[in-house]
Structures are given as structure tokens and as C-alpha cells.
Design a protein around this ligand. Structure first.
Ligand code: NAD
Ligand code: DAU
Length: 342
């Protein structure tokens, strides 16, 4: 089996590659990633010399490069993680979100059609459903919940989902889509809530909490997301959407306080700052369908996952310190000289 993973130098894509290599040592994994600010080749460095792993630096928006790669590799399955993924950046500069998240998805799916694919999997997000009110804890996102986006990021992801559905219906492309809640774990770029708070707290820097910190997210340990995608690409029904979520709703402020406690840092570091524009109030995913059809349930409890994550950031300071200093941006040039990449 030859699996093409896009965005594999990012947070979830890299965790997925590690999961797949461990579980299916005979599979060939080909990663295409353009190494934007969010991609870090240091994460994949231990894999670069493996016989059945290949890294290609290219953008999914580059049709010639994507076609060339499909021509060479003829992947059986493509899993599309590549995206601009940070809501705050989408509010500052929407255009790259539309280019990568929508046009990049189109270019990938066109290549899948042209060269033939057994499965195209679109990694989407619960943010396409918009948000839920805090005073209705009985409400959850199901696969039937209508799309109602808030940010340019979520609108771009919804656009990609709609396009994937259209490619299934119009061309019969064997598509599946998953919509997951907030992930946390190793290798997450320190601009997202949990790693940013860990990195700032370790440096005794302020911990910026938007608004009153009462927004709720449904946190899932990244490995559980990877297991779910593995189940979907091997056994999920073509044309279907699967929600993935941990039934683990928490207020932002409570997460930040847990991190302070675990790191023995004072809560006086918490700084309430201006709210995010259009800030979604609550996300809560109903994962009943993937449980019923594929037997998936989250395996990692939040108490364990958050400790494991904090420990990882403590034991891998060089990984995030290179990001903070900007040094990680030079890694591709250095590694491509040292070893043969591509
Ligand atoms: P990330 O920002 O950590 O990683 C994105 C990766 O994609 C980076 O390696 C980047 O270099 C690469 N990339 C960006 N533009 C590219 C392009 N044009 N061509 C090739 N590669 C490109 O993101 P993440 O948090 O790992 O999210 C991965 C996917 O999962 C995204 O599609 C995101 O929408 C989705 N998702 C994320 C979460 C979450 O909590 N992080 C939850 C649900 C869904
Ligand atoms: O729900 C899935 C989504 O989760 C993914 O699709 C996105 O790619 C991913 O980034 C994440 O989006 P969020 O906007 O929920 O994640 P973020 O870590 O940016 O913020 C989590 C919450 O914390 C949100 O309510 C905003 C708040 N926040 C965030 C940051 C970075 C703060 O209060 N302070 C901060 O500095």
C-alpha cells in the first residue's frame, strides 16, 4: 500500500505518519509538504533515511508538482492534512487560506481522478459547523448539522468539504471526510492554545487569554485522531462524513490553569486580552457514527494526555526553541544537502 500524506511536517500529519509507520511497517508513505511556517522538517528527520518513506517539498497548489508526484508514486490512498490551520492568521490574511485549503484540495482531487486512487480522505474540522451556545449543553454537532462558518479559516475548510462532496457525486471520486475537534499533543506549533501556554509559562511570559476565557473546546489527544483516520481510510464508507471528538469539553481558562498547576507557575501570569473577532463560543462533537460503524472511541483521558503533552514539551525543548528562534526554517536547506531528499 502506498499512502500519500499531505502536510505531514505539521502537527497532526506528522503524528499520523508516525502512527502509520509503526502500525504498518510495510506500507510506503510519501509526504508532500511545502514547509510553510507551520511545517518543521526536524519532526520528520528520523524518517528521512527509511527505505519506504519519501519527503517531497512542494505545495499542493502546484499542479505540475502534484501531477509529477502522482505519476511517479501512483498512491493507493491520499490523506489531505495540508492546510493553513490557524484561525487568528485567517482573520489577518484570508487569501492564503483560500488558496491552500480550497484550490489545493481541488488540485489534489484532480490528480486523484487523473491517476486513479482507491481513497481520497479530506481531513476537515468541527469548525465547519460554527458554534453552539454555552447554555445548551444538550446540543452537539452531528454529521447532519448544517454548515455555518465563522472565520475565513472555517469557511475555507467548509469550501473544501463541499468540493470533496461534489467530486464524489459528479465524478465518483472515492472520497471520505472527517471532522475532528481540537487536537493536542506532541509537535503542535506553539501558536495554538496549549503549546503556546506551555512555552510561555516555561519562559515566565504572560499567558494571553482571549476575552473572559469562557469559550469551550472539545479536546482530543492527537493519537486518537490518527487512529480514527486510520480506521476511516481502511473501513469507512465512501461518500460519508465522520465526526471525531473526545466528549471532553473544557473552558480555555481551565486549560490554562491546569498548565500553570502542572508547571508550578503562578496564575498571575494569566493576562486577559482582547477577544478574537467572531470568536466561536463552544464546540462539541457527537462521535456516535464513527463509534457505531468503525468501533472508534477515544483512548486517552485528558488528565493523562495533557501530562504526556507537557512532559513532551519539557523533554523536547530543542524542537520548540528552534521554532521560537526561527532556526527551524533553515533545516530543509541543511538536510537536503546532507541527505538526498526528493
Ligand atoms: P499545521 O498547521 O500544524 O500543519 C499544516 C501542515 O501543512 C504544515 O506542515 C504546512 O507546512 C503544510 N502546508 C500548508 N500549506 C501547504 C501547501 N500549500 N502545500 C503543502 N503543504 C502545506 O496543522 P494541523 O493542526 O496539523 O492540522 C492538519 C489538518 O487537520 C488541517 O487540515 C486542519 O484543518 C485539520 N484539523 C486540525 C485540528 C487541530 O486541532 N489542529 C482539528 C481538526 C482538524
Ligand atoms: O476545532 C478544531 C480546530 O481547532 C482546528 O480546525 C484548528 O485548525 C485548530 O487551530 C483549532 O482551532 P481553535 O481556534 O479552537 O484553536 P486555538 O488553539 O487557536 O484556540 C483555542 C481556544 O483558545 C480558542 O477559543 C481561542 C483561545 N485562545 C487561543 C490562543 C492562541 C486564547 O485564549 N489565547 C491564545 O493565545
Amino acid at each position: 500500500m502506498n499512502i500519500l500524506v499531505t502536510g505531514g511536517a505539521g502537527f497532526i500529519g506528522s503524528n499520523f505518519i508516525f502512527h502509520m509507520i509503526k502500525k504498518y511497517p510495510d506500507y510506503r508513505i510519501v509526504c508532500i509538504d511545502s514547509l510553510t511556517y507551520a511545517g518543521n522538517l526536524a519532526t520528520l528527520e528520523p524518517l528521512l533515511k527509511r527505505r519506504n518513506f519519501r519527503f517531497v517539498r512542494a505545495s499542493i497548489t502546484d499542479k505540475a508538482e502534484v501531477d509529477k508526484l502522482f505519476e511517479e508514486e501512483k498512491p493507493d490512498i491520499a490523506v489531505n492534512f495540508a492546510a493553513e490551520s490557524h484561525v487568528d492568521r485567517s482573520i489577518e490574511n484570508p487569501s492564503v487560506f483560500l488558496e491552500t485549503n480550497i484550490l489545493g484540495t481541488q488540485i489534489l482531487m484532480d490528480a486523484c481522478r487523473k491517476y486513479g486512487i482507491k481513497r481520497y480522505h479530506q481531513v476537515s474540522t468541527d469548525e465547519v459547523y460554527g458554534d453552539l451556545p454555552l447554555d445548551r449543553p444538550d446540543l452537539f454537532f452531528t454529521e447532519e448539522t448544517s454548515i455555518h462558518t465563522s472565520s475565513p479559516y472555517s469557511a475555507s475548510k467548509a469550501g473544501a468539504d463541499l468540493l470533496a462532496g461534489a467530486y464524489y457525486r459528479t465524478y465518483g471520486l472515492p472520497v471520505t471526510i472527517s471532522r475532528c475537534s481540537n487536537n493536542y499533543g506532541p509537535y503542535q506549533f506553539p501558536e495554538k492554545l496549549i503549546p503556546l501556554m506551555i512555552v510561555n509559562a516555561l519562559a515566565d511570559k504572560p499567558l494571553p487569554v482571549y476575552g473572559k476565557g469562557e469559550n469551550v473546546r472539545d479536546w482530543l489527544y492527537v493519537e486518537d485522531h490518527c487512529i480514527a483516520i486510520d480506521l476511516i481510510i481502511h473501513g469507512g464508507r465512501i461518500g460519508e462524513i465522520y465526526n471525531i471528538g473526545g466528549h471532553n469539553e473544557m473552558k480555555n481558562i481551565d486549560i490554562v490553569k491546569i498548565i500553570c498547576e502542572e508547571l508550578k507557575k503562578p496564575e498571575s501570569l494569566i493576562a486577559y486580552v482582547a477577544d478574537r473577532k467572531g470568536h466561536d463560543m463552544r464546540y462539541a462533537v457527537d462521535p456516535a457514527k464513527i463509534h457505531r460503524e468503525l468501533g472508534w472511541l477515544p483512548e486517552t483521558k485528558f488528565e493523562d494526555g495533557i501530562r504526556r503533552t507537557i512532559r513532551w514539551y519539557l523533554e523536547n525543548k530543542s524542537w520548540w526553541k528552534e521554532i521560537v528562534s526561527g532556526e527551524y526554517r533553515n533545516r530543509y536547506e541543511r538536510l537536503s544537502k546532507e541527505m538526498k531528499i526528493n
